[in-house]
Design a protein around this ligand. Sequence first.
Ligand code: ZN
Length: 256
Amino acid sequence: MRLRRQYLTKNDCYQTDRTISVRGVMVHSTGADNPRVSRYVPGDGEMGRNTAGNHWDRPGLTKCVHAFVGGFADGEAGEHRGWHAGGAANNTHIGFEICEDGLDDPVYFGKVYREAAELTAMLCRKFSLDPLADGVVICHAEGHERSVASNHGDVLHWFPKMGKSMDDFRADVASLIKDGQSPDPEEPEGGDEDVTYEQWKEFMDRYRRELSQRPAPEWGREELEQAKALGFTDGKRPQDLASRQEVASMILRAQE
Ligand SMILES: [Zn+2]
């Protein structure tokens, strides 16, 4: 699961600063063919950026949710969240939106379904909720049936087409919790950004790539050229980290 947090601080429901007492999770889907999370939030380098200015971080919108699940800049699924957006469909359920595509792509559906299940599992752990208990994990359409939400069909116009019912979803959430596969909500808390271990590894890879593209500093260029000429190093990626193996090779070459 990939989490990115970005508060929609200019959205009116953030401004009202209401908090809710959480008794459940409501699953929505957006009702429009646009699988990018950045359609709905300003975005960043990883999520992709909203360049049209039509995201939800604006005043005057009557809608906002706690999270979005959808495509990131690299085409993989990810999830954006902002807990304190407040003002969801009602005062008991945290709401999140799954970004819809054309509702005909099982691969995209599989990715966002998994992200949605992981997010719901994490929320259930965070708020000590039983996903199988009556009325805890529901979609918007089920909320309407229960007279706690407005009249919308999401996600029952989509999930069944892809062979999934909300009962399947609840069961999948429960098994994620049982298998311990829902990330521990307490673990990643720290500052404004929550970083999972998987994400940290991605950052580390990205950082290594950045380092490896940096040129040698001015003071070390002559020495690097000398070391190259003497065959200690190939002189590539001079600012990257060296492994113990690489250091050993360099020492041996220096002794030859
Ligand atoms: Zn909805």
